[in-house]
Design a protein around this ligand. Structure first.
Ligand code: FAD
Length: 318
C-alpha cells in the first residue's frame, strides 16, 4: 500500500515508522530481523531502508603504491525491502539516490521495485563521495533529487527512456522526498532551500520526511512555512535520540543541525554513557509527545541499529 494511504486511513492518528540500515557486507539479514521483530508490536505502517553508494578505499600494493578501489559497504537495500514485506507484511520504502546511477540504471532499479510489488520510494540526491568536495552526478545521471522525482513520475505515466516503448506499463510509485527544517548544508539560505523542496513537491512528490531535529520549534516553523506556501503534503518528523556524548559534535558536523543548549547541558552533566543515553531517550520522548499532541502524521525514527533505545521511546510514545 502507498505510504500516503496509511496516513489517510489513520484519520489524524500519529503513526510511528522506522528507518533501518542494511548490514555491512558479509553481515546477515538476521540483524535486521532482530531489530524489526522487536519493533513490530508498535505496528509501523512502513519501514524505510537506506541506500549506501560505493565508497573509496585505498589498498597498499606490494610495490608500496596505494590503489584506489570503490566498494559498497552496505549493499542489499532492495533485497531487504522485499524480505521485510514478505516476513512482516508491512510496506517497505527503499531509499533511491541519484549518486552512482545513470538514468538507465535508475530506470532498471525502478522496474525491479515495481516487479517486486514495492510501490513506495524515498527519492534523494545522496551526498558527495568520501574525499570529494561536492556531489558529482554519474555520467548520464541526475544532479538533483527533483530530476529523480521527474523520472519516477514519467514512469508513473508509462514513459520510459527508450522512446520506442509505446504503451509502457504505468508504474504507481508513491514518492517521498527529504526536507530540512534547519536548511540543507549546501544551500545559501533557508528560503532558497525551501523553494527547491517546494519544487520537488510540485514535480509530484507525495510527502516529505524531515532531517532529524532536536528542537520542535524548527519543525513547527517549517510546517507553517510549507502551508503558507501551499505545500500541502504530509510532513513526517524525522527523529533520532542522542546516545553518546561525542554526538554533541558529530551530529552537527554530519547532519548540520543544531542541538539546543538545555540538551547539551544535560548530556555534558551526565556521568557515564548510560546516563547520556537516558538523557537522549527522555529528550526524544518529550519531543515525540509534543509532536504527537500537535497531530503530526508520522514520527519516523532513525534506529541506527539501536533497537533497545528505539523500543523505549516507542513504548513511551504510543
Ligand atoms: P536535493 O533535493 O537535490 O538538494 C540538494 C541541494 O541542492 C540542496 O542544497 C538544495 O537546496 C539544492 N537544490 C535542490 N534542487 C536544486 C536545483 N534544481 N537547482 C539548484 N539547487 C538545487 N543519503 C543517502 O546516501 N542514502 C540514504 O538512504 C539517505 N537517506 C536520507 C533520508 C532522509 C530522511 C534525509 C533527510 C536524508 C537522507 N540522505 C540519504 C542524505 C541526503 O542524500 C543528503 O542530505 C543530500 O545531501 C541531499 O539530498 P536531497 O535529496 O535533499 O537533495
Amino acid at each position: 500500500m502507498k505510504v500516503t494511504e496509511h496516513w489517510k486511513r489513520a484519520k489524524g492518528k500519529t503513526l510511528l515508522s522506522f528507518e533501518v540500515l542494511p548490514p555491512l557486507k558479509g553481515g546477515s539479514m538476521q540483524a535486521i530481523f532482530k531489530t524489526l521483530d522487536a519493533l513490530m508490536e508498535f505496528k509501523p505502517p512502513f519501514i524505510d531502508v537506506t541506500y549506501h553508494r560505493e565508497e573509496f578505499i585505498y589498498k597498499k600494493r606490494p610495490s608500496g603504491y596505494y590503489e584506489k578501489t570503490a566498494i559498497r559497504k552496505r549493499p542489499g537495500t532492495v533485497g531487504i525491502c522485499a524480505a521485510i514485506m514478505h516476513r512482516y507484511h508491512v510496506d517497505a520504502v527503499p531509499h533511491l539516490i541519484c549518486g552512482g546511477f545513470n538514468m538507465e540504471e535508475t530506470e532498471n532499479a525502478l522496474i525491479d521495485l515495481n516487479f517486486l510489488g514495492i510501490n513506495n520510494v524515498l527519492a534523494l540526491r545522496g551526498d558527495a563521495r568520501q574525499f570529494e568536495d561536492k556531489f558529482h552526478p554519474e555520467e548520464g545521471g541526475h544532479q538533483y533529487a527533483i530530476d529523480l522525482v521527474r523520472q519516477i513520475m514519467a514512469m508513473n505515466q508509462g514513459i520510459y527512456l527508450d522512446s520506442n516503448i509505446v504503451n509502457g506499463e504505468k508504474t504507481d510509485f508513491c514518492i517521498g522526498v527529504a526536507g530540512y527544517p534547519e536548511k540543507h548544508y549546501e544551500s545559501p539560505n533557508a528560503e532558497t532551500d525551501f523553494q527547491y523542496t517546494k519544487m520537488k513537491v510540485e514535480a509530484g512528490s507525495d510527502y516529505i520526511v524531515t532531517q532529524m531535529f532536536f528542537d520542535n520549534s524548527k519543525y513547527f516553523d517549517y510546517v507553517a512555512k510549507c502551508r503558507q506556501e501551499n505545500v500541502a503534503v504530509p510532513i513526517v518528523a524525522g527523529l533520532k535520540p542522542i546516545t553518546k556524548k561525542y554526538q554533541l559534535t558529530s551530529i552537527p558536523r554530519k547532519f548540520y543541525v543544531n542541538i539546543p543548549s538545555d540538551l547539551v547541558k544535560a548530556v555534558e552533566a551526565a556521568k557515564d554513557d548510560d546516563a547520556v543515553r537516558e538523557v537522549g531517550i527522555e529528550w526524544c520522548i518529550q519531543q515525540s509527545k509534543e509532536l504527537k499532541a500537535a497531530g503530526v502524521p508520522g514520527l519516523h525514527y532513525y534506529t541506527m541499529g539501536d533497537t533497545e533505545t528505539t523500543r523505549r521511546i516507542a513504548e513511551a510514545v504510543l
